[in-house]
Design a protein around this ligand. Structure first.
Ligand SMILES: [Zn+2]
Ligand SMILES: [Zn+2]
Length: 281
């Protein structure tokens, strides 16, 4: 931690000049007022701290997540996923977007999740399990390489699938959240990738603001999980502040995102937290 430009602790909102040094070296400023508050989210932050703080890269699949995906291989693509891809169509404005949508729609022709993933990621038929095992290994290439970006993107979409299927079988979002591996929960909160589907050309995937937004999401999800186990350590005000920070980070993305896209990114988080009994507004 160093003592330069002042900001606010990303856990409690107190003014501070201390920040995570490893992240600062990657160009992302995450402030923590005290070692205690850094420790509160360290279990999860450490997986995206340092070299992969920016560009932000999702950590490899856990064995739990591999298990979830293997169990879903023959499951049909969720209705929610279909509607998300179709809903992104009206915002299409250029040729590159049309290609993106065409790929998405072609994927919807596939009867099962396994087939859709094989089609989307160029996985040879029957190599689904092998593909997942590769994604559960640590990244073998530099974090800023295009290959790392592609792997991170695949990790996001696979987790999104787990999350959608979990929500179909669970009574409510909260029930799904507590029965879902952590990084899958993060991908449930991370609603920005929808902007890629409709705006692949002008959206800069590795903008620093986007990494900051995702770190805020990780802090929020980490605090939400921690509160389930140790309610005394995470007062509701921390979650409120973490949510406000996600909202503010989205605001910083506004030149790249339309107001409608910003709302469609923030509203699901708000609804999820509401289901957890966390009323923020
Ligand atoms: Zn603090
Ligand atoms: Zn860090």
């Amino acid at each position: 931690m160093s003592t330069e430009e002042p900001s606010k602790c990303c856990v409690c909102g107190e003014p501070t000049t201390k920040r995570c040094q490893a992240c600062a070296q990657s160009g992302v400023d995450l402030f923590f007022c005290s070692p205690e508050h850094q420790k509160l989210v360290w279990k999860h932050h450490k997986e995206v701290c340092g070299p992969n703080a920016h560009p932000f890269r999702y950590p490899p699949l856990s064995q739990d997540e591999v298990g979830e995906l293997l169990a879903l291989e023959d499951a049909p693509v969720t209705e929610q996923h279909r509607s998300e891809i179709l809903a992104s169509c009206p915002t299409v404005t250029d040729g590159a977007s049309l290609i993106g949508i065409a790929i998405g729609k072609a994927a919807l022709q596939q009867p099962t999740l396994g087939k859709m993933i094989e089609g989307n990621w160029g996985v040879p038929t029957g190599r689904f399990a092998e593909f997942l095992q590769r994604l559960s290994a640590p990244l073998a290439v530099g974090y800023s390489s295009p290959a790392a970006a592609s792997v991170s993107n695949a990790l996001f979409w696979l987790r999104h699938e787990i999350s959608l299927h979990k929500q179909e079988i669970c009574a409510n979002t909260f029930d799904a959240f507590i029965r879902t591996p952590f990084w899958t929960n993060v991908s449930q909160f991370d609603n920005i990738p929808w902007a890629y589907t409709s705006r692949p050309k002008d959206f800069v995937a590795d903008a620093p603001e986007l990494s900051v937004y995702r770190h805020r999401i990780v802090v929020l999800a980490s605090l939400a999980v921690r509160r389930q186990h140790q309610p005394d350590e995470v007062p509701i005000a921390f979650l409120q502040y973490a949510f406000e920070q996600v909202h503010a980070a989205l605001g910083d993305l506004t030149p790249r995102l339309s107001r409608a896209e910003t709302l469609s990114a923030i509203n699901p988080i708000l609804e999820d937290l509401h289901d957890f009994g966390i009323r923020l507004l």
